[in-house]
Design a protein. Structure first.
Length: 208
C-alpha cells in the first residue's frame, strides 16, 4: 500500500504538466482558427484588388483589321486557256486589293504562254494586276516578251487567260533573226501564234 501511494503522489505533477500543455495547445489552436480565416480573406481581397487594378490599367488590345490585305510570297499560278494551251504565272509577291477582292496586285510578274509548246513565250514586267472577274492579266513597267526567235520590249501587255489572246496597246520594239521592228501596238494571233503589228510599223532587215 505504501508503494502505491508513493507512485500516485509522483504522478500528480506529471498530470499537471500534461494538462498545462494541453491547455496551451488549445489556446494556440483557437488562435489559429481565428487567424487563418482572416488571412484567407485578406489574400482573396488582395488578389481581387490586383485583378481589378490590372483590368482598369491594362492597355486596350489592338484588334487586327479585317481590311488587312492578303499577301502571298513567291506565288505560282497555272492554268489553260479555252484551247487547252498551258500557261504559268509567277511573281515575287501577290497582294489582294482590300477594296476589290477581284483584283490582285503582282510584283515582278513572269508569265509563260504555251508552256508545253515548242516555242513558249516569256513575258516579264515590273508590276501587274490580275482581274479575277474577267480573268485578264495586265503586265506593266519595262515589259519584255521573249521567245526562241525574237525578243520585244513594250510598256504594257494584256493577257486573257480565258481565250489565250495577248495584246499591247502601247509602242513596241523588237529584234530577231530577220532584223528589227517598231510599231504602235501589237497582238498575238491566238489561233496561229503569230505576232501582228499595227500603227506606224517600221522594220529594218538585216542582210545575210
Amino acid at each position: 500500500m505504501v508503494a502505491t501511494s508513493h507512485l500516485s503522489d509522483r504522478s500528480i505533477p506529471a498530470r499537471r504538466i500534461s494538462i498545462q500543455r494541453w491547455r496551451r495547445r488549445s489556446v494556440v489552436i483557437r488562435g489559429l482558427r481565428i487567424l487563418l480565416p482572416g488571412l484567407i480573406v485578406l489574400i482573396v481581397a488582395g488578389l481581387a484588388g490586383t485583378i481589378a487594378h490590372s483590368t482598369l490599367t491594362a492597355q486596350p488590345s489592338v484588334a487586327i483589321s479585317s481590311d488587312e490585305p492578303i499577301k502571298l510570297i513567291n506565288p505560282r499560278f497555272v492554268g489553260r486557256d479555252d484551247r487547252g494551251r498551258a500557261f504559268a504565272l509567277t511573281a515575287a509577291s501577290a497582294t489582294r486589293d482590300p477594296q476589290d477582292y477581284q483584283k490582285v496586285f503582282l510584283d515582278k510578274p513572269a508569265l509563260i504562254l504555251d508552256a508545253e509548246g515548242p516555242d513558249p513565250l516569256h513575258i516579264t514586267g515590273g508590276s501587274g494586276v490580275y482581274h479575277e472577274g474577267t480573268r485578264k492579266l495586265e503586265v506593266r513597267g519595262g515589259v519584255r516578251l521573249s521567245g526562241a526567235r525574237a525578243a520585244f520590249e513594250t510598256a504594257t501587255s494584256l493577257f486573257d487567260t480565258k481565250t489565250g489572246e495577248l495584246a499591247g496597246p502601247g509602242p513596241v520594239h523588237g529584234s530577231g533573226s530577220l532584223g528589227e521592228i517598231d510599231a504602235k501596238s501589237y497582238a498575238v494571233d491566238s489561233k496561229q501564234g503569230r505576232m501582228i503589228f499595227r500603227g506606224g510599223v517600221h522594220t529594218r532587215m538585216e542582210s545575210r
